[in-house]
Ligand binder design. Structure first.
Ligand code: SF4
Ligand code: SF4
Ligand code: SF4
Length: 364
């Protein structure tokens, strides 16, 4: 993650530019929060995400959409809720009774709650219809997609538990702002009290910890839930990634060992081997952000389908590529040898790349 600190804050809602993946890598085009926000409170200005705090109504609908937990609200902590879910007797997730807008959760949260439970959690979807936040059904579609992703994973992993929904239509109608006055007034009062006491939510405390890993807390909880509940998972080897994981391969033929993928990986899922002549991959640290695939100039690194949940839960790494470094006979610089004449790519391509200069010199 980036090492600068940048936070935009309305009364209770925060956007941390430090955690936004767009800031880690200039070409990352994530704008999931922009798309889901019912108020248009996020805008991309000069390729950077900006929160217009006066337009944010602190509804929490965008929070689950952020892959790297750059968004948080002090009135509701989806990570703390998820972590404590196993203690809840009531397994109902309802924006009117127990949680904020269910947009605050993503598939990682749902899977964690399901694995930690003996009965299926139930999401009350009946309030989406007619909700002022649910413009063009964007929030509802997001919630349903996350539940579907979670259930696909849970079913194919052979668990007996999945996420259920309650679909009966509710009759109540609320305006956007009165909705939040009703739903959040108590939570906000409590949060403000907590802030006065300088207490932090689980997520904010994690983010402020200088020793934290680059992984989002929801991902750590998800990994821990898989590890602790492996006995409930009858199928651990899968042919697909569920849009939750990413397995990587590097082509020896194409990789130049430039290290760009290692440098830009936000979670240290990719690391150089100790001798710097290879690249290790830890599947348990990969959040499937796709930065490495995008940044590689030679398309050497690729995402492949398939995941082993035991490898994931236990952070089993593997070496994706290894080189013998040799001295280039032209420039005398070390380079990763891939057979043939001992000449590095730069020297081999030199004449081609600078042919126009040689032509000009010849004509002088
Ligand atoms: S969803 Fe998260 S990572 Fe993506 S643009 Fe918004 S704040 Fe950044
Ligand atoms: S996989 Fe691509 S980005 Fe990574 S070291 Fe090899 S060439 Fe560079
Ligand atoms: S290895 Fe995973 S987390 Fe790292 S850059 Fe690639 S996709 Fe993102």
């Amino acid at each position: 993650m980036s090492n600068f600190s940048f936070v935009q804050k309305s009364q209770l809602f925060s956007y941390s530019g430090t955690n936004c993946i767009r800031n880690d890598y200039y070409h990352n085009a994530c704008q999931l929060c922009v798309e889901i926000c019912p108020e248009g409170a996020f805008k991309v200005v000069r390729n950077k995400l900006t929160l217009f705090t006066n337009e944010c109504i602190e509804c929490a609908a965008c929070i689950g959409s952020c892959p790297t937990e750059a968004l948080s609200i002090t009135s509701f902590d989806s990570n703390a809720y998820t972590k404590n879910f196993k203690e809840n007797e009531n397994k109902l997730l309802s924006c009117k009774k127990t949680t904020s807008c269910l947009g605050a959760f993503d598939a990682h949260h749902y899977i964690t709650m399901a694995l930690d439970s003996d009965v299926s959690p139930l999401c009350e979807m009946s309030h989406c219809d007619g909700c002022a936040l649910n413009q063009d059904k964007k929030v509802e579609n997001f919630i349903r997609l996350q539940i579907e992703k979670a259930n696909n994973f849970l079913t194919l992993s052979g668990t007996k538990i999945n996420i259920g929904t309650i679909e009966e239509k509710a009759v109540e109608e609320n305006t956007k702002r009165s909705l939040f006055k009703v739903a959040f007034s108590k939570l906000k009062d409590a949060a403000q009290e907590d802030e006065k006491k300088d207490s932090l939510s689980m997520t904010l405390a994690y983010q402020k910890n200088p020793n934290k890993s680059g992984l989002p807390l929801k991902f750590l909880h998800f990994k821990q839930a898989i590890k602790e509940n492996l006995p409930k998972i009858t199928q651990t080897a899968h042919q697909i990634n569920f849009d939750l994981f990413a397995t990587k391969e590097i082509s020896f033929k194409d990789c130049t060992n430039c290290g760009d993928c290692v440098q830009f990986c936000p979670t240290e899922a990719l690391l150089h081997t100790l001798d710097k002549q290879g690249i290790n991959f830890n599947v348990g640290n990969c959040i499937a952000c796709g930065i490495c695939d995008h940044i590689c100039k030679t398309d050497a690194i690729k995402t492949v389908e398939g995941i082993d949940l035991v490898d994931f839960a236990y952070d089993r790494g593997k070496e994706l590529v290894h080189y013998e470094m040799v001295m280039c006979h032209e420039c005398r610089c070390p380079y990763p040898y891939r057979g043939g004449d001992p000449i590095c790519d730069r020297c081999a391509n030199y004449r081609v790349d600078f042919s126009h200069v040689f032509t000009l010199a010849k004509d002088m």
